[in-house]
Design a binder for this molecule. Structure first.
Ligand SMILES: Nc1ncnc2c1ncn2[C@@H]1O[C@H](COP(=O)(O)OP(=O)(O)OP(=O)(O)O)[C@@H](O)[C@H]1O
Ligand SMILES: [Mg+2]
Length: 317
């Protein structure tokens, strides 16, 4: 029998990440590609890929355009991820990264994506109603397509919570501002997103802790994790506060570090871990993600080694 579904992730705006390497890339001339790779991207999809590699049964949903969805289906079947995407017309947006290894410079070319219709949104709402992961966790990740109202996360969180589920929200800008009043259980802004939210520079530990406490007080948020790139992350829950500092790893790609950290936080919750244990696991997930290309995690053994490299400091006042 198929294993029971444990976590659902939602990606409204997936993307195909195409990396091509062209030494001495020149505009207006014939250029030869020395290496290329395509990856199925999108924040919720990255979260599900990391959860699946850790052994947690995940489903993915959101909007996926049908004309170039093969690469996504390959990833889902390879990792045993349950596909609950609403299939929409057209093509998923492609992000082309032209890397010139001679000068280590990247040129980005972003194709437009497909707009979902109000009928597509209704279909997604129905899908969400039909899903009941055993742990209760839903992860809402990433931007909202320009064609959709930036407030839609708020309604989704409200409905999911009313149905007795729990929500981790990882987004920024207006969608974050609009969604917080619905009270996601967990948020994971990075320090720039937190600053952006408050409209002022938030830098020091003290400023991060005060801003996070304010969010937990004002909204019905139980856990806040503020990530700071290579400087690690500060995790707060109730009156508890810890800082997790990653160990040294060889950086292959910093893309998806935040998504892996989100997956680690959910994995900690699913496993009933304490806040310090969750901080250690989530930081090991993020280190695993930056030490490889593409989505997903290294083996369990490597992950155990990475966990030992994380320093967790108690910062509870
Ligand atoms: N250069 C690095 N070296 C070591 N660890 C890193 C590095 N960059 C990120 N991390 C780890 O990944 C975590 C999340 O990174 P970051 O704060 O960059 O997330 P983010 O900005 O949300 O990223 P994303 O672009 O994936 O959304 C950090 O808290 C840290 O543990
Ligand atoms: Mg992020």
């Amino acid at each position: 029998m198929d294993r029971e579904l444990e976590v659902v992730t939602v990606t409204l705006n997936p993307a195909i990440d195409q990396t091509i390497s062209i030494p001495n890339f020149k505009i207006g001339e014939v250029n030869r590609v020395s290496f290329f790779q395509s990856d199925a991207g999108g924040k919720g999809i990255n979260v599900a890929a990391a959860l699946a590699d850790y052994g947690i049964k995940a489903a993915v949903t959101g909007f996926l355009a049908c004309e170039n969805d093969q690469i996504f289906h390959q990833l889902f079947s390879q990792k045993n991820i349950v596909n609950k995407f609403v299939s929409i017309e057209g093509s998923t947006r492609v992000g082309l990264k032209i890397f010139d290894p001679e000068i280590e410079q990247t040129t980005d070319i972003n194709f437009p994506g497909q707009a979902a219709t109000p009928q597509d949104l209704a279909a997604l709402e129905q899908t969400l109603e039909s899903l009941a992961p055993a742990s209760g966790w839903f992860v809402l990740s990433g931007s909202i397509p320009a064609s959709m109202p930036p407030i839609i996360y708020r309604g989704m969180i409200k409905k999911l919570k009313q149905a007795g589920h729990k929500v981790l929200l990882d987004t920024s800008g207006v969608p974050l501002q609009a969604a917080l009043p619905a009270g996601p259980n967990i948020i994971k802004p990075n320090v720039e997103e937190l600053s952006d939210f408050f409209g002022r520079k938030i830098e020091s530990d003290q400023e991060i802790i005060e801003a996070s406490n304010q969010l937990m007080r004002e909204y019905d948020i139980r856990t806040v994790a503020v990530s700071m790139g290579k400087n690690g992350a500060i995790f707060l829950e109730g009156s508890e506060c810890v800082r997790a500092i990653p160990g040294e790893v060889e950086l292959k790609s910093s893309v998806g570090a935040g998504d892996a950290m989100v997956a680690g936080i959910v994995a900690g919750k699913v496993g009933g871990l304490s806040l310090p244990e969750t901080a250690r696991l989530a930081t090991a997930f993020s280190m695993g993600a930056i030490s490889r290309l593409g989505s997903g995690l290294p083996s369990k053994e490597v992950l155990e080694d990475l966990k030992r490299l994380v320093t967790v400091q108690d910062m509870t006042a």
